[in-house]
Write a protein that binds this ligand. Sequence first.
Ligand code: NAG
Ligand code: NAG
Ligand code: NAG
Length: 275
Amino acid sequence: SFLRGTVCVCVCAGCLLLSSVLLAEQEVENLSGLSPNPDKDIFVVRENGTTCLMAEFAVRFLIPYDVLALNGIDLITEQASLALPRGARIEGSCGSTEAELHISWVNNAYTLRIYFTKVGEHDGKAKETEIWKMSKVQLVYNTSDTTHFINAYNPGKHTASTHRLSALVTPGGRSYVCAAQQTLTLISSDHQKGITIYMSDIQIQPFDIKSDFVFSEPYKCITDQRERLEETLPLVLGLILALIIVITITIYHFHLKLTAQQPQLPRDRSLYKNM
Ligand SMILES: *[C@@H]1O[C@H](CO)[C@@H](O)[C@H](O)[C@H]1NC(C)=O
Ligand SMILES: *[C@@H]1O[C@H](CO)[C@@H](O)[C@H](O)[C@H]1NC(C)=O
Ligand SMILES: *[C@@H]1O[C@H](CO)[C@@H](O)[C@H](O)[C@H]1NC(C)=O
């Protein structure tokens, strides 16, 4: 029962540590706006003198395109990898249930359009809860841009879109936050090629922003919640193990002291039988 007591003390100490680690991390959450990520951009749409849509994220695109093979007959597929440059032009619209963000760059050779919708969801008990989500993403690109599409065959403008999406689902009145990378696949008008969009370091709110330039209460994506636990769990387990070792050594130390104080037992083995 002494061992059980020791283990219990250790587990409780671990719980206290775990909760203090989680509390400590929540306090610095406000500083996430000072991200060291240089690829991250901030987009703000304001209407009637106040912010109605705000988004921060880093984004990269992987776009396959055709080039003529050396034999001059076959087509081979190359991949263009590009990021959103600084100072892109933004436009947007804010409605009560529909919102859009349009980002254009390189003289409109590229346009990224993100569509958001707000819906009421019935949770079974005839009670309605509000959520918003990203409902569609579209990328318009022009393979005549020779900085990214080298020797593109038959260059021209193409449009790639997602199917109807239910991404970034967030409770109404809150902003979606996700540090982990989110991947989207778009189907292009260029021979149904699959375009991949990688978004990371995201904070987005397209509806119900209460004060100018300030995101409402964040809602963390599942990946981030899980990662946080995965980061802290080994630390806590390590601390518990260290504690168990210290306690065991202490017990052993006192045990040695106690036995040393006891009178010496007879050395002769034959005497044991009579005891
Ligand atoms: C942190 O956020 C809370 C609400 O989200 C706000 O009241 C507080 O002023 C913020 N603190 C800093 C330092 O920005
Ligand atoms: C801005 O004002 C116009 C006209 O008063 C109104 O129709 C519109 O809904 C307002 N927009 C927002 C986001 O409140
Ligand atoms: C694509 O880019 C090329 C070169 O900049 C331009 O001539 C062409 O008009 C563009 N295509 C469209 C549809 O805008």
